[in-house]
Write a protein that binds this ligand. Sequence first.
Ligand SMILES: Nc1ncnc2c1ncn2[C@@H]1O[C@H](COP(=O)(O)OP(=O)(O)O)[C@@H](O)[C@H]1O
Ligand SMILES: O=P(O)(O)O[C@H]1O[C@H](CO)[C@@H](O[C@H]2O[C@H](CO)[C@@H](O)[C@H](O)[C@H]2O)[C@H](O)[C@H]1O
Length: 465
Amino acid sequence: MLTARTPTADDDRVLAALAADLPARRWFPVKGAPAELTLHAVLPLTDPADRDAADVRVLLVRARAGSIDALLQVPVVVLPDGSAGEAAQAQLGDGRVVVDGAAHPAFLRAWFAVADGPGGAPAAVDLTTATAITGEQSNSSVVLGAPGRPGRGILKVLRALQAGENPDIDVPRHLVAEGYRGVPAPLAWLEARWPDPAGAQDVHGYLGVVSAFVEGAHDGFELACELAVREEPFDALAHRLGVVTAQMHTALTHAFPTVADADGPQRLANAVLDRFAWALAAVPALERYRAGVERTADEVRGLTATPPRQRVHGDLHLGQVLHVDDDWLVLDFEGEPLAPLEARTRPDLAVRDVAGLLRSFDYAAAVGGLTGEAADRWTTSARAALLAGYAEAAAASSGPGTDPDTDTRPNPDPRSDDPTADPGQAALLTRALELDKTLYEAVYESRNRPAWLPIPLAGLDRLVG
Ligand SMILES: Nc1ncnc2c1ncn2[C@@H]1O[C@H](COP(=O)(O)OP(=O)(O)O)[C@@H](O)[C@H]1O
Ligand SMILES: O=P(O)(O)O[C@H]1O[C@H](CO)[C@@H](O[C@H]2O[C@H](CO)[C@@H](O)[C@H](O)[C@H]2O)[C@H](O)[C@H]1O
């Protein structure tokens, strides 16, 4: 466990040198508006026992703008000028340069020296090759080890730090402990203690995790977009994804408690209205959907009940699943990065994850260039396939180790103890959670990728326009 220290004048200097560059990073949570950056604390990672060790530090930078107040992890390596080549991120003007730490060998060696877990020090992971992923990510991932060689891992440097449990590490650890094989196994993780920006106490949380690297995997979103570009159906893949999602939900009910919720319909209706108010504050153009959102919330209040709440993925979309060997693996149990941790670890409705995947089909169709009827055709059949796969596997899960894609026995009633077994109620529940997710996406896109805001807006037109 690392412990933070108070920043020195030299740390301030490093941040000052980086200040212009940080807001341009994909993971920086404030886009299109100036953010106030302050150096909150520093986690020293330089090995004090090694006189030749490189100067490795993790800056904990507080970024504030409007309603956003995030504590960001910025790992850096400070090197003599001329030794960093093209990788230098900023000059300190005193013969030293600052280099982004995330994929730097000195940072990785120091990281593994203090990490915990079955792949921690001495590292079972090959640190001689490190390649940063350049993707649409809220965090920064670095692939460790060379292709086709043993000891490959993927380090995820969590960018917006949260105190307490980290579902992205805890959930896969629990699932693997349960014998579930649908997630990459966590190999090493790093925890730290830092002063709470909002209080006098120190808090503790995770800085990152290394998971087993899945060789030859295809990102689900890229795969779906490629098919959409060629107007080829995603249906078979969507069906299997529905199966895998239902199996993940079953495994989660074994690993974590479930909670019956007598006030489920009220709670969900209020949550949709709260989500709308939150989204409206960030994207005033959403006002035109008010009547439709309120109508949906009223319909939800009329549900007889909602299914028991359980641990869920929380932000399931095609970018969180990997296709490998004709199957899907699920990643990134962090939940919605814009939500507080407490909300992300609460038991929730499993159908939230199904709704997340359904939304993703709209994104894949749009990014793949499909419009009008072609987009409708592509998404409608993918949606039907996903829902069918999910329902079949939910039914099959009542028998041990069953898989609907290989099991030939007749299915028992999928939701015999589920109050939303009525198809109309189930469809309303899915629609309400899709609406909730689409409102979230409108905020996410307006903050991160304004050019993509039309995608959730088109979704809102369809759901409540
Ligand atoms: N274990 C893994 N094996 C192979 N690739 C992975 C693995 N974990 C993540 N990736 C790749 O890294 C990308 C980002 O990972 P993810 O955990 O979703 O990060 P973020 O929370 O920042 O979105 C994924 O879309 C996937 O392409
Ligand atoms: O960074 P995370 O993967 O944890 O999730 C956030 O970023 C996602 C974008 O990368 C965002 O997902 C939205 O865009 C996806 C395509 O890039 C699309 O497949 C999803 O359906 C859509 O919600 C996600 O919402 C956000 O939390």
